[in-house]
Ligand binder design. Sequence first.
Ligand code: ADP
Ligand code: MG
Length: 318
Amino acid sequence: MHKCLRLGYDAAMEFSIITKYFTGLGVLSPPEVTLAIGDDAALWQAPEGMLHVMSVDTAVAGVHFPAQASWYDIAYRAVGCAASDLAAMAATPAFATLAITLPEHSEPQLIALSRGLHDALTKAGLALIGGDTTTGQQLVLTLSVHGWAQSPVRRSGAKPGDYIFVSGVTGLAGAALPYILAGEQVPQAFWQAYWRPHGRFDLRSAVSRYATACIDISDGLLADLEHICRASNVAAQVDAGKLDISWRQHLDPDQARALALTAGDDYQLLCTAPEHYLEAMLASGFYCIGRCAAGEPGVKAMLAGKPLSFSQLGYQHQ
Ligand code: ADP
Ligand code: MG
């Protein structure tokens, strides 16, 4: 780290925090990592012939998560969201680094943070091999995640005629949000979707074998599909009737469908694949929800053969 001019900066305390709470987290360092925490930098070598795939995500208290949430949950979610970008490229996860800004805190909060990091890193198959620790006004976690792939799946490969697939239900994390913002108890299924996201690494081999384009859903299904359309120069049509909204509980079907199409934070994968892989994609656990066509890049959602208008559905994504 760089020298700190603030009086009272305690290097010994920073060192002891790193040793106690940030060392040895996640999976044991993979063989490609030859030096982890403790030196000026870490060392790694991607397996021969593989591309290094990396992504970084920052989570800020009060912006990306409620500041009063448990530090276990905050840490778990930050790792899960960051790791999902590797899954979206069909990369094999390898390691992560964490730059953290710590506000005033208690020992139990640090323990919870460390456990949340460890559990989510382990679930994703990542080792924590370095980072930076500073103090500041509010909790900020910047996670860089790294992996490797022979041919990473990009957003730009969709072709007219490709089918559109989603890896699971969407809308649940969005349904959790009003409860979380109001400080109310969140129904369990919604809570799980919001606080325990994880990259769909279980689908890596299907994505890398069959998908022409892939993205993880962080902004909302339609918004993220639009990213694929623009990058691939195709039009897309989604049949909203194909979306699973059986999770909707007290929400009416229109509200649930609107959340499934427009709310973010579910971290499912959205892929395109050619017709001859339709059966293989379905057998891998994907749901087919639409099709790409030649034309102006853009996304249309239909229900029972009619175009959906979101103002009619009464929901505006914030
Ligand atoms: P330097 O002053 O050389 O940058 P630091 O004192 O910042 O070293 O860090 C010492 C070691 O601890 C480095 O290996 C660094 O990667 C690691 N480290 C620091 N903070 C974290 C953190 N929050 N998570 C994981 N590793 C960390
Ligand atoms: Mg440093």
